[in-house]
Design a protein around this ligand. Structure first.
Ligand SMILES: [Zn+2]
Ligand SMILES: [Zn+2]
Length: 116
């Protein structure tokens, strides 16, 4: 179970949907934000050492913490040959960010659905 969030810019009407939450112990979704180009993305992480995971593998050591702490590079900046490390943010932080299209601070967030 998780939520689908709609991030809408009230200046340029750009809309982006992201899925957050999870609730399942073996999957964690993190939100990342680029401090340079304002790119936003979500990344899901799966813990294969958790017996509740359908792909559970008892021989696999848990590297969940390593995965969660691993640096995420911005794919947009990469196109311009810049290596920018994305910041992990909380969904509550989104409204204080600038729009990735028009760079205005007009983002509003709302819950538009649920998934499981
Ligand atoms: Zn905008
Ligand atoms: Zn970037």
């Amino acid at each position: 179970m998780g939520q689908i969030l709609e991030i809408k810019c009230h200046n340029c009407s750009e809309i982006k949907h992201i899925s957050v939450g999870g609730g399942m112990e073996f999957s964690i979704t993190k939100i990342y934000h680029c401090p340079i180009c304002e790119f936003l993305k979500t990344q899901e992480f799966y813990d294969y050492s958790n017996p509740f995971n359908a792909y559970y593998d008892e021989n696999k050591p848990s590297n969940m913490q390593d995965l969660l702490n691993a640096k995420q590079m911005c794919p947009k900046c990469k196109l311009e040959k810049k290596d920018t490390v994305l910041n992990a943010i909380h969904e509550n932080d989104i409204e204080s960010l600038k729009c990735y299209q028009c760079k205005k601070k007009e983002l509003k967030i709302s819950i538009v659905g649920h998934w499981d």
